[in-house]
Design a protein around this ligand. Structure first.
Ligand SMILES: O=C(O)CCC(=O)C(=O)O
Length: 289
């Protein structure tokens, strides 16, 4: 069942109980007006710099189709700019409260740029099938620079952040969004959108409309996707900032896969020297609180 999420009160730099509880229960929440105009424009500057200076894991997704869009991930060109940005105490306070972790660290950024009213959904996936993210205290701050209605929102399967690990989407065929990334031991990724088309109640999905300055906070292990465009919303610029708390550990991806995003130049720097199962707080990540 699609759920229009309820509104909650929140103050910049703190997280009201409603959004915090929603994050723990559902794996996603919205913190309204968390970023003031100055902070929002600093986020936008990161986005623009990344778009203009592609990194080592840049992807033109679905090239040559109406769904073509741009994603970049852990771009060395914005590493220092991001580390400067996330030192703003708003990020540390919010992440610490949402994760219930007194100490929190910044992991990395990602951008999504979609343009054209026919550009469809980002396939359903868990970020934990692309990155070595173990433990529970993780969140992504999803920062979009346009007003987004519910039908253009990022969506998660409610509670899936507490569920099993699925294989990732190979993310190279818009007609087969559940095509396996690794194809190994993890559960095959269900074709959630096809199942929802057949039966809209088949998956319990939650998403929030948002305005510039709002944060959509979601758990990277949740099954998430969406944010398609349409005539009313023909362009989207989104910056994603990833954070973790005390219990986060290094959980390597399957050895058998050649589709490993963490393999790009410079990308592994923060993980250097870590053993599987070791706390990420022992790595080279920036502690922000
Ligand atoms: O913005 C999108 O379309 C997808 C976002 C996403 O998958 C992520 O932030 O991990």
């Amino acid at each position: 069942m699609d759920t229009q999420a309820a509104d909650h009160e929140s103050m910049p730099g703190s997280v009201a109980r409603g959004p915090r509880e929603a994050f723990h229960r559902d794996g996603i929440t919205r913190i309204e007006g968390a970023l003031d105009a100055t902070l929002l424009s600093r986020c936008r500057a990161v986005f623009d710099h990344s778009l203009g200076h592609p990194g080592t894991m840049t992807k033109r997704i679905y090239p040559g189709t109406v769904h073509e869009h741009w994603a970049d991930n852990i771009n060395p060109a914005v590493r220092e700019q991001c580390r400067e940005l996330v030192r703003n105490p708003v990020f540390g306070e919010i992440v610490s409260e949402v994760l219930d972790s007194p100490r929190v660290w910044y992991s990395a950024e990602e951008i999504f740029y979609k343009k054209g009213s026919k550009v469809g959904r980002t396939p359903w996936h868990q970020d934990t099938s692309y990155g070595p993210y173990g433990g529970e205290q993780w969140c992504n701050l999803w920062i979009s620079f346009e007003s987004l209605a519910r039908q253009n929102a990022l969506e998660v399967v409610r509670g899936s952040h507490k569920g099993p690990q699925y294989d990732g989407s190979a993310y190279d065929d818009p007609d087969d969004p559940a095509k396996p990334l690794h194809g190994g031991a993890w559960l095959p990724l269900p074709d959630i959108e096809r199942e929802r088309e057949a039966d809209p109640a088949s998956w319990d999905v939650v998403g929030y409309p948002s305005e510039p300055g709002d944060l959509i906070v979601f758990h990277p292990h949740s099954l998430h996707g969406g944010a398609p465009l349409d005539a009313a919303c023909p362009v989207r610029h989104t910056l994603v900032l990833r954070f973790f708390g005390e219990d986060a550990i290094y959980r390597p991806l399957p050895q058998t896969s050649d589709a490993i995003w963490e393999g790009g130049t410079g990308v592994r720097d923060d993980y250097r020297g870590l053993e599987p199962g070791q706390r990420l707080s022992c790595g080279g990540f920036l502690r922000i609180r």
